[in-house]
Design a protein around this ligand. Structure first.
Ligand code: SAM
Ligand code: SF4
Length: 327
């Protein structure tokens, strides 16, 4: 029996984002800028079995859509077998993946076989040296090759996520938008969110109105209607473009009124909002042998705690690490 998760603000929550690891093979300056961040120990991370049990329960509560993220999800051992089992859960209609793209090349076929059709790939620059500066690794060529290979392999839509930072990559906004003229990619400009320990100064934030003004030089941005299942991006298309441009504006134009998400962190905390440190632990109850009914009660508790809108005021920072929560 499906009994929907509806919060106190009449939002139907049908989308679960799951961080399967806090580990990553890059060190993006806005996310995990150094190696000193505390890492979860193996026993602190939910096992695949535990995640699958939670998803099976979540489906009974009306969750139909799941995104796997991290950390870098493709660094976790056994991920392809896990994805196969996840996509096979009756009631799950859509499983997608957010990745930095580095390991895609070797495993494209396995991802397809596992039932993944849609990918979001993070790419913050089209410049090799700058890629090195932003991520700490000289892997631009490999990631770009993998993006093209993923497109050829038929992953669609293929979304490219760019976190915009002043003085770092904001000189490439037009170049990124122009990718949508050449490829059917959905280029998404993301406002930096103050989460975790990255020392990004507020003066480096670039807000959507400024980004829109800059990419608007390429042509009129024609709005694309958002489907009910679509995420928070406001979507546009340049005239004649095969691809799209999207803006994710957590700070300047929050999208809380249409938020349909819950998040499961790598250590098994359920969160109603990315931009709030409130969370409910599912791992201990799971490991103490609680019933499905107990878990359902915790899901409902979390949903009832979901605020109408985030309260991230200026100069505030979310304490948890993005890689643990799952961006
Ligand atoms: N490692 C994968 C990747 O980079 O795509 C998945 C995890 S990453 C945390 C998910 C998304 O969050 C990426 O698109 C990344 O650019 C974005 N992200 C990370 N930290 C962010 C921040 N502080 N503000 C906005 N977006 C952020
Ligand atoms: Fe790793 Fe993704 Fe965070 Fe970059 S944004 S450090 S790739 S988890």
């Amino acid at each position: 029996m499906i009994c929907n998760l509806i919060d106190n603000h009449n939002r139907h929550l049908n989308y679960l984002r799951i961080s399967i690891t806090d580990r990553c093979n890059l060190r993006c300056m806005y996310c995990m800028p150094n190696d000193r961040l505390p890492k979860l120990e193996h026993r602190e991370i939910l096992t695949y079995e535990e995640i699958l049990r939670l998803v099976n329960i979540a489906v009974k509560l009306g969750i139909t859509k799941v995104r796997i993220t991290g950390g870098e999800p493709l660094v976790r051992r056994g991920v392809y077998g896990f994805l196969e089992r996840l996509t096979a859960i009756p009631g799950i209609r859509d499983v997608s993946l957010t990745t930095n793209g580095l390991l895609l090349g070797q495993h494209m076929a396995r991802l397809k076989e596992a039932g993944i059709k849609r990918l979001n790939i993070s790419l913050d620059t089209l410049d090799r040296d700058k890629y090195n500066l932003i991520t700490g690794y000289d892997h631009f060529d490999r990631v770009w090759e993998n993006i093209i290979a993923a497109w050829r392999a038929g992953f669609a839509p293929l979304k490219l996520n760019m976190v915009v930072l002043k003085g770092v990559n904001d000189d490439e906004l037009e170049k990124f938008a122009a990718l949508s003229l050449r490829y059917p990619f959905h280029v998404r400009f993301i406002e930096y969110m103050p989460i975790g320990m990255a020392g990004i100064d507020p003066s480096q934030h670039v807000l959507t109105p400024e980004i829109m003004r800059r990419v608007g030089v390429l042509g009129r941005l024609e709005p694309v209607a958002n489907g009910r299942q679509d995420g928070p991006a406001r979507r546009f298309r340049l005239p004649g473009a095969p691809g799209e441009i999207g803006f994710i504006s957590a700070l300047s134009h929050h999208f809380c009124e249409t938020c349909n998400r819950l998040r499961l962190t790598a250590s098994g905390k359920l969160r109603a909002c990315l931009l709030s440190d409130e969370q409910i632990d599912l791992r201990e109850p799971l490991r103490k042998g609680c019933s499905d009914r107990d878990i359902i009660r915790l899901f409902r508790l979390c949903v009832q705690s979901k605020k109408a809108a985030h309260r991230l005021a200026e100069n505030m920072r979310i304490k948890s690490q993005m890689s643990k929560i799952g961006g």
